[in-house]
Design a binder for this molecule. Structure first.
Ligand code: HEM
Length: 458
């Protein structure tokens, strides 16, 4: 029952990326990717376990769970993050956790891990609940009479959370300026990321990267100041991420982060954590509006658990359907929709020869919509997450997997459930005709044009 006709005669499907049905060539790829990196993904990447080719450089797209396990776990050291990620992010976040490899990555990961334990994340939940209340107030202003761009609202909301848990209470910190610097940087660098994906050497100029330079400098200055101020003032009564990182020690080497390393990692949390979570929430609200019946089911759950309150960390385990919506949103619109690695030495993946220097892409977007791995891959079916049978490991990778799995996954999931449950208990969301968001990947998978919904206060 594949194909648009069959799909159309069943029920309509939520927004998706039109995948390439014929080879694009280098120029074609560059042109397509300038608008949407995902449009270079071939449609067969939703049917085949692997797709390989050469566009200047040899590349492979891997959708086979066994081969993904090899890349992300069994043969991890052979597949460091590709230059894409590093070139894009290094000017902003240095040799931090996200970018570092080998020993320099390992000690930072061990030093940062305690900050993300279940208990510490639960302690940060009040800032998430507060942000959910502020979002309620802002959305309520439209009074259900004007459409609201909930995607933009969620960017504001998750930025409040991440800046509260990193630089909370820092006087004189211009959070809006840090926010502008980060968003400006991402917007500029993301545009030309295909150069990096194809593995063009770093000396090929990337126009955007130069523009954002001074904003970056200012951002780092502000962050250094915040780190030093906290060192002097000592930890807060309930430790935030900055306190926890300041206290972090690698148990093996006993190494602690210096100011520069702390700053780079805090900025990493902001860059890696706020937009991704905002996108999850923006897409989740779109899907809820797209499917009023499932929205009603979610609201029933949220209202019966919350009883008019704002959701807290304690409520999260009692909101399984809201959580299923978050999981399903991350399947259909994974914010990090394409990640890539560079093979260091020869290997075999899914029976195919990999040579040193080959680009190995993990197109999470097509993996999550793969016809061999999912039933009704393009449909919004949160119920699949409530079934006893869970999806095959390494077929669902919104946070990556293996040792380099996202350190903030539980943080992001807790935040998404708290905010989504609170909003769905307080508003009825509906689509605005003719304003279907267009999924476009510029570094992350964004709804181009925003997610405009009517939000009727309840
Ligand atoms: C829904 C929200 C999020 C998504 C979809 C997401 C996705 C990802 C993915 C896919 C990776 C692995 C990238 C790769 O293997 O190439 C990653 C790594 C990472 N993420 Fe997240 N992330 C989210 C939220 C967060 C948050 C809230 C934080 C911090 C507060 C964070 C911090 C990091 C860090 C530091 C890494 C690098 C970990 C390492 O290499 O050891 N992320 N994330």
């Amino acid at each position: 029952m594949d194909g648009p006709i069959a799909a159309a005669s069943e029920s309509p499907l939520p927004a998706r990326v039109p995948l390439a049905t014929e080879p694009l060539g280098i120029l074609g790829s560059l042109k397509a990717a300038r608008r949407n990196v995902l449009s270079i993904l071939p449609e067969i990447a939703t049917r085949q376990p692997m797709v390989s080719g050469k566009t200047g450089k040899r590349w492979h797209m891997v959708m086979d769970p066994g081969a993904l396990r090899r890349i992300l776990l069994e043969n991890l050291d052979n597949y460091p993050k590709s230059d894409v990620t590093k070139n894009l992010l290094k000017p902003a976040i240095g040799e931090s956790l996200f970018i570092a490899e080998g020993a320099h990555w390992r000690w930072q990961r061990r030093a940062a891990a305690p900050a993300f334990t279940h208990r510490n994340i639960a302690n940060l939940a009040p800032m998430m609940s507060l942000a959910a209340d502020r979002a309620t107030e802002r959305i309520a202003i439209a009074g259900g009479k004007r459409a609201v761009d909930v995607a933009a609202e969620m960017v504001t909301t998750t930025y409040e959370v991440i800046s509260d848990v990193t630089f909370s209470g820092e006087r004189g910190l211009d959070r809006a300026a840090v926010h502008r610097a980060i968003d400006g940087y991402i917007a500029e660098t993301g545009k030309i990321s295909l150069f990096d994906i194809l593995g063009l050497p770093t000396w090929v100029p990337r126009p955007g990267r130069m523009i954002a330079g001074s904003a970056l400098k200012e951002m780092k200055r502000v962050a250094d100041h915040a780190v030093n101020a906290r060192r002097e003032s000592g930890p807060k009564p309930v430790p935030d991420l900055l306190d926890l990182l300041l206290a972090g020690v690698d148990p093996e080497t006993k190494r602690q982060m210096n100011t520069e390393e702390l700053r780079d990692n805090l900025l990493t949390f902001i860059v890696a954590g706020h937009e991704t979570t905002a996108l999850t929430l923006g897409w989740a609200l779109y899907l809820a509006a797209f499917d009023p019946e499932r929205q009603a089911r979610a609201r029933e759950e949220a209202q019966s658990v919350l009883n008019g309150r704002t959701a807290t960390a304690e409520d999260v385990p009692n909101l399984p359907y809201i959580r299923a919506i978050v999981d399903e949103t991350l399947r259909l619109y994974p914010p990090a929709a394409l990640v890539s690695r560079t093979a260091q030495s020869p290997d075999t993946l899914g029976g195919r020869e990999i040579r040193a220097g080959d680009t190995v892409m993990i197109p999470i977007y097509t993996l999550h919509r793969h016809k061999m791995l999912w039933s009704e891959p393009d449909a919004f079916r949160p119920e699949r997450w409530l079934a006893a049978e869970k999806p095959e490991r390494y077929s669902y990778l919104p946070f990556g997997d293996g040792p380099r799995i996202c350190i903030g996954a539980s943080f992001a999931l807790q935040e998404s459930v708290i905010i989504l449950a609170t909003l769905l208990s307080r508003f009825a969301f509906s689509l605005v005709p003719g304003r279907t968001p267009d999924p476009v990947m510029i570094l992350t998978l964004r709804p181009e044009g925003g997610v405009w919904l009517m939000a009727k206060p309840l």
